[in-house]
Design a protein around this ligand. Structure first.
Ligand SMILES: [Zn+2]
Length: 361
């Protein structure tokens, strides 16, 4: 294939660690490092911080054993690991919600962004499209304009980061459209796309059509979490009604052969997150995950970590796990490379060492 970059091929897990990688489906707070949270526990006392939470959220958070230990401990920093232990989906949501209470000021947000950047760099992830659920930070009192200032900061050192904004579907279609409208006039170049995360089964894609139309007309690229909690009909709506360019997860498309064919023929990529799907109970085990079936059917896909801190996974290990699902090393190389090829940033592949300039496809 002329015009394709020459890329090193992995033949071991160690190679995958060393390989320059791209990640397309990663949540900022899902990648929160434990050491960042330790710092925040010095700044804000956990028991005091969550005392202001609405009763429903408080009950949700305290359902997590790690949160209970942290809140009751005289030394909360020593209990961080218990927060990141894998548990039920409800426990994950409680722990995720809890971490949001420690990003209260714009400096906390900036430090979180820098902390996640440094973790990506440590993993040799040189390009990332990171989902940022803006309302979660706005709810803590940080102004949208200040969040955008931080997202616009573009350090010269890798990784190159682009942001995919998530208006969070539980706030509803009107709020999503209005948030997109507010972002567009002063949108930094680094804010590249729109997604929707949150409870898909309570808020399916179709009502968000206006938000996606505004985003597209304003130059944002589009993806959405779909085909995770809900089945193929949600993915159909995402591609036909919202006209998204990629689908986050999308794995339950496998339940409809017409949809699988549609994705393959139209070249609509899925951002597949196998470990996440097992942790959230979509599939009982990695062995039962359909990523191999989708790959063999010709659906373009990348592999990603989603919320790596909570699911205790790294991108290299996520890729290495594909070996247990019948992927050869060259095929794993293709999937790793798809992180660059399916990126919204057209020059992404050029940021990868070893790739020749101008050789994107
Ligand atoms: Zn996600």
């Amino acid at each position: 294939m002329s015009g394709q970059p020459e890329l090193p091929q992995p033949t071991s897990t160690d190679d995958l660690e060393a390989l320059p990688k791209a990640e397309l489906h990663l949540h900022l707070r899902g990648a929160i490092p434990g050491w960042y949270l330790r710092q925040q526990f010095r700044k804000y006392r956990p028991a005091e911080v969550i005392a202001s939470a609405p009763p429903k959220q408080l009950a949700w958070m305290l359902a997590h054993p790690g949160v209970r230990r942290i809140v009751r401990s005289d030394d909360p920093q020593s209990e961080i690991d218990s927060l990141f232990r894998r548990g039920t989906f409800q426990e994950f949501l409680g722990a995720y919600l809890f971490t949001g209470y420690f990003v209260r000021q714009v400096e906390d947000f900036r430090n979180l962004v820098q902390a996640v950047r440094s973790e990506l760099r440590r993993q040799n992830i040189v390009y990332a499209e990171v989902t940022v659920s803006l309302p979660e930070y706005m709810q803590q009192g940080i102004e949208l304009k200040d969040l955008l200032v931080v997202l616009a900061e573009d350090p010269a050192e890798p990784p190159r980061v682009h942001w995919i904004v998530d208006p969070v579907r539980s706030f509803g279609p009107e709020a999503a459209a209005s948030l997109v409208e507010r972002i567009l006039p002063d949108r930094p170049q680094s804010v590249i796309g729109l997604t929707l995360g949150g409870a898909e089964h309570l808020h399916p894609p179709a009502p968000f059509q206006r938000a996606y139309q505004i985003a597209r007309e304003g130059g944002l690229r589009t993806t959405i979490h779909a085909g995770e909690a809900l089945g193929p009909e949600s993915v159909w709506d995402a591609v036909r009604i919202l006209e998204v360019e990629r689908v986050g997860h999308g794995v339950r498309a496998v339940e409809d052969s017409n949809l699988v064919r549609h994705l393959a023929e139209r070249g609509i990529p899925l951002e597949v997150c196998p470990t996440s799907n097992v942790c959230t109970g979509i599939y009982p085990s990695l062995e039962e995950h359909p990523v191999r079936e989708l790959f063999e059917a010709g659906v373009p896909l990348s592999v990603n970590t989603d919320d790596p801190s909570f699911f205790q996974i790294s991108l290299a290990r996520e890729l290495a796990n594909l070996r247990n699902l019948g992927f050869s090393w060259p095929e794993i190389g293709v999937v790793a490379d798809n992180g660059f090829r399916q990126a919204f940033e057209p020059v992404a592949a050029r940021t990868r060492p070893g790739a020749s300039p101008g050789s994107t496809s």
